[in-house]
Design a protein. Structure first.
Length: 335
């Protein structure tokens, strides 16, 4: 990840872990412009300051209010959005997430509202894409969003991540939810610095989430028992949607056994090979031709070693000598 110094600028002050994020004001006109660009297929990205971000300006010439959102800009990453071979990984993963969410929950549940948690959410570009798609096109209501990343505070705080978080909260402030008393209010967005902190908070509050997103959250994953965390924070029937690097996407559901214990069941796992998503079994032996030749040579050497046959180090030279001898023979026959 690119280096960035912390800032004391007032907009970059992070909330305490588990507290509501203070939203940045986003006007209805700014939302309208962005959504118009999305509908027209004019939504553009660029690499800026080490991150992939929405372009600073919309096609209409106006500033893009979401320009501070971002995601990993490592050109070597298998999930790099601007890469020639990996450009479709994240857009395809978005469709993958939407499809599984719509299949996992009834229309009644989706309209009543779901709780969402994102592990290693960073600068929230993909989270914004997913939430925008669900709320605007699929009619899903979001009752709460929980964002987990060390960049939101503490000694590793990044001012750009905090700005992105406030912008994200401000954008979805228009999304109203209804509490038990029938009152409407803004969709609450909470900030956490680690998975452990969220796990403890959720346990105290009795909070369980419908959707847990793990979008290339390698660093956050290393710090926890991943399976235990997923079992703890997901509700029964809840979905965990994972994008790993090199490009691999997984859908996991939490089930309840008859004895009441929880288990995680893998619904789908696919890897991205040669610009297409494939099931793992179909590519386990599918490699490049050079790798296949190398594997074939290793097998032959292994068989020779097992049989005691000395390796044929000069086989190429032997073929050359045989070819020369054959040529001389043909010359003598021609005379």
């Amino acid at each position: 990840m690119p280096h960035e110094e912390s800032s004391s600028y007032s907009e970059s002050v992070s909330p305490a872990s588990g507290q509501l994020v203070r939203p940045k004001q986003v006007s209805d006109e700014d939302r309208r412009r962005v959504r118009a660009a999305l509908r027209a297929g004019e939504w553009q990205f660029e690499r800026r300051n080490g991150y992939v971000r929405p372009a600073r300006h919309l096609s209409c010439g106006q500033d893009c209010v979401l320009a501070d959102l971002g995601e990993c800009g490592d050109r070597k990453c298998g999930n790099y959005r601007l890469g020639d071979k990996s450009a479709l990984v994240r857009p395809d993963f978005l469709e993958f997430c939407v499809e599984h969410i719509l299949q996992a929950f009834s229309r009644k549940e989706l309209e009543a509202g779901i709780n969402y948690c994102s592990l290693g959410s960073g600068q929230l570009l993909f989270d914004w894409e997913l939430m925008e798609r669900l709320t605007q096109r699929e009619g899903v209501r979001i009752r709460g969003m929980h964002l987990i990343d060390k960049d939101y505070g503490g000694p590793k705080q990044r001012s750009s991540a905090v700005r992105a978080q406030r912008l994200f909260a401000g954008w979805f402030e228009e999304s109203a939810w209804e509490d038990r008393d029938g009152d409407l209010g803004p969709c609450p967005v909470r900030s956490f610095l680690s998975a452990t902190e969220f796990q403890r908070w959720a346990l105290r509050r009795g909070e369980e989430v419908h959707v847990l997103l793990d979008c290339d959250a390698v660093g956050a994953r290393k710090q926890i028992d991943v399976a235990a965390f997923r079992k703890s924070v997901l509700r029964a029937g809840g979905l965990c949607l994972v994008l790993s690097n090199p490009a691999k996407r997984t859908a996991i559901v939490k089930r309840r056994r008859q004895d009441g214990s929880a288990k995680l069941q893998e619904l789908e796992l696919q890897v991205y090979r040669r610009r297409a998503w494939r099931h793992l079994k179909s590519v386990s032996h599918s490699r490049t031709r050079s790798r296949q030749r190398s594997r074939s040579r290793r097998r032959k050497r292994s068989r020779r070693s097992a049989s005691g046959t000395p390796p044929r180090k000069d086989s190429g030279r032997a073929r050359l000598v045989s070819r020369k001898q054959a040529d001389r023979c043909c010359e003598r026959c021609a005379r």
